[in-house]
Design a protein around this ligand. Structure first.
Ligand code: HEC
Ligand code: HEC
Length: 353
């Protein structure tokens, strides 16, 4: 807005100055023409100059006035520029970000609208979670089965992963699943710029966080915020419902297998083979995520609190976890999705697998 104002002022000034020059040029050439025919007293290219009286009188004053005017322009113009410039830059950054989001949304769009169909699999432009038709080949029998593979909600993706981790997923995909690699490095069609714009779009569709910390004024990215209480309530209600229906034996088990938003908050979609296409094998036996059964996770985390902390923060690329674990950044953090109580319930369940 402010940036626009200063642009308008600049335009008005430009128009005035240009008009002034044109007027000056016209008047000047007119008075030059009057000179014609006076060669007898004076050469054509000479004209009689002003006498001292005129030079030191009104003419001097006019030039002085002009000097003062220029000074005023400089004195007012420079500070004005200084005042408006930061706002102009901020406006430019904001406009650029909006442009990125707009470009990203075009890539995100369903195939029918010319996009790469993220929306088609992940539950529309809002990325609320969906599913994708896929063929699973049994590695022993070679049998091919048509399935629907859950595509987790993306409107909470930055609750689970940081930007670099999301970039990795987008570039390399989940090559064993319908989620294909999209970046050139992973063998996909998109260049770095397109991946960046997609990430901007994903930022724009995040469900705003609640209870951000001091100084964290962007509810889309504040690190200490958590899911809105309505969604937290949904998670709790759904988990207890699954327990009460007898689907699962404990609150922790229900959370491990939570089916909301295509498993966006669950563990099973990565740690239980077949869970994502509705044909789960042994719970926690390992798929994309490690095998957690037979007390394996307890070997990695002899201390329960360490396991809670790990699941809260997720793994970070290259960082140590547990006794001898090294993270890849692919295990999401659940700290802003589940409450401490829920995390403890899940950990208790995992330790008993
Ligand atoms: C053909 C369907 C399909 C398309 C198209 C697709 N995805 Fe996916 N995507 C999936 C599935 C299925 C998964 C879950 C894979 C798994 O089980 O690990 C997934 C996983 C993801 C994840 C990781 C989510 C998580 O929490 O683990 C992200 C991020 C993602 N997709 C973003 C995108 C974006 C952005 C696009 C568009 C360029 C896209 N996807 C296109 C099906 C698709
Ligand atoms: C997006 C997939 C994904 C989801 C969802 C996921 N994990 Fe993981 N998990 C992984 C991966 C991958 C690893 C291996 C560590 C790494 O690569 O950083 C892992 C490692 C672990 C480990 C350490 C195992 C070991 O022996 O080193 C534990 C414990 C664990 N996950 C528990 C959980 C729990 C509990 C949940 C749900 C609250 C969960 N995971 C959800 C992918 C996932």
């Amino acid at each position: 807005m402010i940036a626009l104002t200063s642009t308008s002022i600049a335009w008005v000034l430009l128009v005035f100055v240009t008009a002034g020059f044109i007027v000056y040029a016209v008047l000047n050439s007119r008075s030059a023409k009057d000179e014609l025919g006076s060669e007898i007293e004076l050469a054509a290219n000479r004209k009689e100059y002003l006498d001292d009286e005129a030079l030191e009188g009104p003419r001097l004053e006019r030039v002085q006035l002009l000097g003062v005017l220029l000074l005023v322009i400089v004195v007012i113009g420079l500070p004005l520029y200084w005042v408006f410039e930061p706002a102009r830059q901020a406006g430019a950054i904001e406009a650029q970000e909006e442009l990125f989001v707009e470009w990203g949304s075009r890539l995100f769009a369903p195939t029918a609208e010319g996009g790469f169909n993220c929306a088609g699999c992940h539950g529309g432009y809002a990325g609320a979670g969906g599913e994708a038709a896929w063929n699973v080949t049994d590695s022993t029998t070679g049998e091919v089965t048509a399935v629907n593979w859950k595509a987790p909600a993306l409107n909470t993706i930055f609750y689970r992963f940081d930007e670099d981790e999301v970039r990795f997923i987008l570039v390399y995909g989940r090559p064993f699943s319908p989620m294909s690699p999209w970046g050139v490095k992973g063998g996909g069609p998109m260049n770095d710029q397109q991946i960046d714009t997609l990430i901007s779009y994903l930022h724009s569709i995040q469900i705003p966080r609640e209870e951000c910390g001091i100084g964290e004024d962007d509810p889309l990215s504040c690190p200490s915020g958590h899911l809105p209480s309505k969604i937290q309530n949904d998670i709790e209600t759904r988990a207890w419902q699954l327990v009460n229906e007898g689907t699962y034996d404990s609150y922790g088990e229900a959370l491990f297998n939570l089916d909301l938003n295509s498993g966006a908050y669950s563990c099973a979609r990565c740690h239980t083979p077949g869970w994502s296409w509705g044909d789960p094998g042994v719970t926690g036996q390992g798929a994309f995520g490690w095998n957690l059964t037979g007390g394996k996770a307890n070997v990695a985390f002899p201390d329960e609190e360490d396991m809670v902390a790990f699941i809260k923060n997720g793994s970070n690329y290259g960082a140590k976890y547990g006794v001898q674990g090294q993270g890849s950044g692919r295990m999401p953090g659940f700290g802003s999705l589940l409450t401490d109580e829920q995390l403890r319930a899940v950990v208790e369940y995992v330790r008993g697998l």
